[in-house]
Design a protein around this ligand. Structure first.
Ligand code: SF4
Length: 429
């Protein structure tokens, strides 16, 4: 299985971010980490010292934690789980919240993969995003990480940013590839509801500036102030597509293999943790709001810090409050019922056979290698053609899917329009 451990702290909130993250002082961090350590201990016991192949410490910004916490966390993981020899152990780190001392501490704790949030090499774009760092600070941290011995580094990038042009995106890609990280993730910016960016750029907002400039006409909802219209426009749909195509071309020229819709790696450096996610390897999510897929169920922890601290603070974490919630997920498997007793578990979904098949297709086809018919048979005891035969035939005929030796994968065009293609694998009730 895999472990995901959530550290919900950031120096400050970026304008586009809807992740579960927020600033916190040292005392709040300490209270959280103590509770998290108790959850690690509890989960290790509940899983029978489960065998772990990958660990991903994500956030938030785990690197905001004071030096020493990550080592304590991983010591607990090693103690409470059976971590495989050669396990992939990743930590997310953001420039501006990283020091040489922290990097050395991570290496000493056994972390062998670093995932750095750069997003853009253009300082103006970084500023518009609300990031706390400049491109120069990122470079300093990147070289520091190499010096500390990290030989497996991912760099996160984002396209379709406010004010971004295809040229500035090409520059970001080119300068990133020149650094030769082992892995690059390149996603398009999504405008999520509830974020400041939604206010600025969300659906329908493009029509509002004119109205708001003329504010005072009573057209604004009560309590809403007119926006300061310094925010640069988002790239058009055409520019967004151009950036997407340039990503594929430039990274291929630089020697990166595309192994998932938005992920590129040097051979042998594909992220094992995320490939596990796309191939439905069970994982336990620990920490505030963390999601799990375990024992045939998907479930997640409470998202409210006060409740998490109170519940995870109880001895063993699975006290009387857990019994009240034990049946919340319905009749899951043995392990699912057992995890159902964790009092900090908030939501649970027992997947029907149909849900699981849809997931298998949605997640597996994101990988450029595609899915294997044998894996489907093994997971569901049925031939894939008996469930999806007509869809597979139709999409293959349209050139969106390609038959491989062992199964199917999306064609180049299918990857370009993946959202539309994957929706075809929804099964009728
Ligand atoms: S650093 Fe990442 S997690 Fe933190 S606020 Fe920014 S986007 Fe969100």
């Amino acid at each position: 299985m895999e472990l995901y451990i959530h550290i919900p702290f950031c120096v400050r909130k970026c304008g586009y971010c809807d992740f579960l993250s927020f600033p916190a002082d040292a005392a709040a961090q300490e209270a959280y980490m103590e509770a998290l350590l108790r959850e690690v201990k509890w989960a290790g016991g509940a899983s029978g010292k489960g065998a772990v192949e990958t660990v991903f410490i994500g956030g938030g910004t785990p690197s905001v934690l004071e030096t020493g916490w990550i080592r304590r966390l991983l010591d607990a993981v090693y103690h409470c789980f059976s971590v495989a020899e050669g396990a992939e152990i990743t930590i997310e780190a953001n420039p501006g919240a990283l020091t040489g001392e922290k990097l050395r501490d991570y290496r000493g704790a056994g972390i062998n993969r670093l995932s750095m949030g750069l997003q853009s090499m253009d300082n103006r774009e970084l500023y518009e995003l609300g990031r706390i760092h400049t491109a120069e600070e990122f470079l300093e941290n990147y070289y520091m990480a190499r010096e500390a011995g990290f030989d497996n580094i991912n760099i996160d990038l984002m396209s379709a940013l406010p004010g971004q042009t295809t040229q500035s995106w090409e520059e970001t890609l080119g300068r990133t590839a020149e650094l030769s990280p082992e892995h690059i993730s390149a996603y398009s910016l999504m405008i999520e509801e509830g974020t400041p960016f939604w206010e600025r750029y969300g659906e329908g907002r493009e029509f509002l500036p004119e109205r708001e400039k003329a504010a005072g006409d009573g057209s604004l909802p009560p309590g809403r102030k007119p926006l300061a219209w310094s925010c640069p426009p988002l790239p058009s749909e055409e520019e967004d597509r151009a950036m997407y195509h340039r990503t594929k071309e430039l990274l291929a020229e630089a020697g990166y293999g595309r192994y998932e819709i938005s992920n590129y790696a040097r051979p042998g450096y594909e992220c094992r943790h995320n490939v596990g996610y796309w191939t439905r390897v069970p994982y336990l999510g620990l920490g505030l709001g963390a999601a799990s897929f375990y024992g045939g169920e998907r479930f997640s922890n409470v998202r409210e810090m006060g409740r998490y601290l109170a519940l995870a603070g109880q001895e063993g974490g699975a006290g009387h409050a857990g019994e009240e919630k034990a049946s919340a997920g319905g009749g899951a498997g043995e392990r699912g019922r057992f995890f159902g007793t964790a009092s900090w578990r908030e939501e649970a979904w027992e997947l029907s056979g149909q849900d699981a098949m849809e997931e298998f297709m949605f997640l597996g086809l994101r990988l450029t290698a595609g899915i294997r018919a044998e894996d489907f048979r093994h997971a569901f005891g049925r031939e894939i053609e008996s469930v999806y035969g007509s869809v597979l035939e139709r999409l293959t005929g349209q050139g969106l899917l390609v038959r491989t030796e062992s199964g199917w994968r999306l064609s180049e065009w299918g990857l370009d329009v993946s959202n539309r293609v994957l929706a075809e694998f929804l099964l009728e009730e």
